[in-house]
Design a binder for this molecule. Structure first.
Ligand SMILES: [Cu+2]
Length: 205
């Protein structure tokens, strides 16, 4: 009996809380899952390129809510796939959509985003950042294409982990731009030997 009476009181309090929120225009009431925010709102990737989706639940005041669970579905997996963590990968040239479902408590909201997958270009440019990263870390070009690395004041090198293009590794250098042409399709992971964690991959199709 004790338990039943407690539940009845709790339900009454919850109901009163909802009524109060509605009465003052919803600005000070309990948080209500109102909008599922997905960033970016549309995705453009090259074949084998990836893009992370960031998803947030917003309440009626635009504040981020905790407790969000998400599910992703590609509506054409021959064009683009999406992982359970929201990483989109281009599979073939074309367009499709990805449906994102977000649930907070018992409420589920849905967003659909457009995905465009393009063929890779014949050139790409990679910058060595002040944060000691290669940006973008992954680039994709066609066979015979060229990648140019741009180095500012801090000296870096480009050391290929295994396969290397003609010309081989780029020796440590600052304030310069250096290019390599990749004649053969494949994956070319590389790193800077000076800065741990400074990694990248050239994918040649
Ligand atoms: Cu470096």
């Amino acid at each position: 009996m004790q338990g039943v009476r407690f539940l009845a009181v709790a339900a009454l309090v919850a109901f009163a809380g909802c009524g109060g929120g509605g009465g003052d225009g919803g600005t000070t009431g309990p948080a209500v899952f109102t909008t599922l925010s997905v960033t970016p709102t549309s995705v453009s990737v090259v074949v084998q390129g990836t893009q992370d989706l960031t998803v947030a639940a917003k309440d009626q005041n635009g504040a981020t809510m905790a407790g969000l669970t998400t599910a992703y579905q590609s509506n054409n997996v021959s064009i683009a796939t999406v992982t359970g963590a929201g990483v989109v990968t281009g599979i073939a040239v074309g367009s499709t959509t990805i449906t994102v479902n977000g649930t907070v408590g018992g409420t589920t909201k849905s967003q659909t985003i457009n995905v465009t997958v393009a063929a890779p270009g014949s050139s790409a440019s990679v910058n060595a950042t002040t944060g000691l990263q290669f940006e973008p870390s992954d680039v994709t070009i066609t066979a015979g294409g060229t990648v140019t690395w741009n180095f500012a004041g801090t000296a870096h090198n480009v050391t290929f982990n295994s396969a290397a293009p003609q010309g081989g590794n780029i020796a440590t250098i600052a304030n310069s731009s250096v290019s390599r042409t990749f004649a053969t399709a494949g994956s070319y992971p590389y790193h800077c030997t000076i800065h741990g964690g400074m990694n990248g991959t050239v994918t040649v199709q």
